[in-house]
Ligand binder design. Structure first.
Ligand SMILES: [Ca+2]
Ligand SMILES: [Ca+2]
Length: 215
């Protein structure tokens, strides 16, 4: 499988990791605006400590050479004050004219391309994991019963190995999801009787999920 060179910029996985950890950490507290910029030691939030970096690591420093960093990740804010002046731009593409000026297959790809989006590069409502995309792409070819491995070319064997790996992952997830469905079905079936028990125990028709009333 081959991929076109990506021309997407910035933002590291650190931000994603920080989001997950901070979300768990502050689930019961008010989260300040811009928490993701804060510092764990100084502010108590698992942000990236950007001010600390400006004041210590980057203080009085200027770039010695130009480094272009390509990052394959979710989108970035191309209007951000720190990113806007340093964002790499496709020099052969004219933005906003609806044409693929550099003829690389992508229209108006001035900062890169959203490969998870629609054909026009716009966001889609739903997307999927890579394993699911690989699974459904190769299933018609390698998912057939009676597939003779001996007839496959070297490239097809590699594709088939990739398909089998994705299939294993997808089927494992599907099995797990099936168990959750059974679990949720059981809860839904019990809800009417649980509801009547709770209303009787609390002596009111309308109640919230506040469990402290039972303490
Ligand atoms: Ca283009
Ligand atoms: Ca264009």
């Amino acid at each position: 499988m081959t991929f076109r060179p990506l021309t997407i910029l910035l933002i590291s996985a650190t931000l994603t990791t920080g989001i997950q950890e901070t979300w768990a950490q502050t689930a019961v507290k008010d989260v300040p605006k811009g928490w993701h910029m804060l510092d764990q030691q100084k502010d108590g939030f698992y942000g990236i400590g950007v001010e600390k970096a400006y004041q210590s690591l980057l203080k009085d420093k200027k770039a010695k050479q130009l480094v272009v960093v390509a990052v394959i990740d979710s989108g970035i804010d191309t209007t951000h004050e720190d990113l806007k002046p340093i964002l790499w731009k496709n020099p052969k593409e004219v933005p906003g004219n609806g044409m693929d000026d550099d003829q690389n297959g992508y229209v108006d790809d001035i900062y890169g391309w959203n490969f998870l989006g629609g054909k026009d590069g716009r966001n889609v409502t739903k997307d999927s994991y890579e394993a699911a995309r690989v699974y459904y792409k190769f299933k018609p070819k390698y998912g057939k019963s009676g597939l003779d491995q001996a007839t496959l070319t070297t490239e097809e064997k590699e594709e088939n190995a990739l398909y089998q790996k994705a299939k294993s992952q997808i089927e494992s997830q599907a099995k797990e999801a099936g168990m959750y469905v059974l679990f949720l079905k059981n809860i839904v079936e019990k809800l009417p009787s649980s509801d009547s028990i709770l209303r009787k125990a609390m002596g009111k028709e309308i109640f919230t999920g506040d469990v402290t009333v039972f303490r």
